[in-house]
Design a protein around this ligand. Structure first.
Ligand code: ZN
Length: 288
């Protein structure tokens, strides 16, 4: 998964599949600019692939059929251009999905912008999910998760994806720039007066590390949390020792720290975050 915010959701699905605990249906926030459609495509291909590892092999018959847009065991109801998704369309999908898989593997049904389903269509989908056919997975994206019927939602698993907000505020961008400079010892490290402030900086730290990773991987501008700070990121080219695994590690350090803090609010968040920063800083400056 190219975008860092999709990685956790991807691992969750692959792990569920590998341990035979895949749910019959997942729903996630529809956000094509940030990769939600390609996430669904990748996972569909993965499920259909006949010799997969941690991702689809791109070589087997299923992968080739999928790439050609001809795979007989996957269907898509794309509400993107439609004003609504009607009950007949859902029923057609349902008829297909109860049949045995043509290629003998999984069957995958996709609905994009499911919030456009009429009430009847939603109820038809609910019926399918109440008695889901075997070896079937529904992948559903919606712009308005809370508008789906609660009964429908209860039949699906929510895939939480921490998309970067459409736009980071100027203040957040300024924070990221300040932290980036501080890590390079151009300015002092920010002072973390209390836990609330530290929690904010923890978010900024995670996004900054994710941006630095995006920079290293030469991802396009829309993959950055703080496009406004990108010019500064050029400085990273001077740190030849900095690799993508380091930065992935930094992103997960932030996540782990957040989990620890949420689990036991007594931990000294300002101190722990400051320690992380000074370690990062030493590393960036080649002092390790
Ligand atoms: Zn394959």
């Amino acid at each position: 998964m190219a975008a860092p915010w999709l990685r956790d959701a991807w691992l969750r699905l692959v792990t569920a599949f590998e341990s035979n605990r895949l749910a019959h249906a997942y729903y996630l926030k529809h956000y094509p600019d940030k990769g939600s459609n390609s996430f669904i495509e990748q996972f569909t291909k993965y499920l259909l692939c006949q010799s997969k590892g941690k991702s689809a092999c791109n070589q087997c018959k299923s992968c080739l059929l999928y790439a050609a847009g001809n795979h007989p065991d996957t269907w898509i109801l794309d509400g993107t251009e439609a004003s609504r998704i009607g009950v007949d369309e859902v029923r057609d999908l349902q008829k297909n999905i109860v049949n045995k898989a043509n290629q003998g593997g999984f069957k995958v049904a996709v609905i994009l912008q499911a919030e456009k389903m009429t009430e009847q269509a939603s109820n038809a989908l609910l019926k399918v999910l109440e008695e889901p056919p075997a070896d079937t997975c529904w992948l559903i994206s919606t712009k308005e998760p809370e508008q789906l019927l609660p009964t429908l939602r209860s039949r699906m698993q929510w895939l939480s994806i921490p998309y970067p907000e459409a736009e980071q505020t100027d203040e957040q961008t300024a924070q990221a720039a300040e932290l980036f400079d501080a890590l390079h010892k151009l300015t002092p490290l920010p002072e973390l007066k209390d836990k609330a402030v530290a929690a904010e900086w923890l978010n900024t730290s995670e996004r900054l590390a994710s941006d630095m990773l995006a920079q290293l991987n030469r991802l396009p501008a829309e993959r950055f949390y703080f496009p406004g700070v990108r010019e500064r990121y050029e400085r990273l080219t001077q740190c030849s020792w900095l690799t993508a695994p380091h930065l992935s590690q930094w992103v997960s350090e932030c996540r782990q720290l957040r989990q620890t803090y949420q689990g036991s609010p007594g931990v000294n968040l300002p101190l722990l975050l400051t320690l992380i920063w000074s370690r990062w800083s030493h590393f960036l400056l080649g002092e390790e």
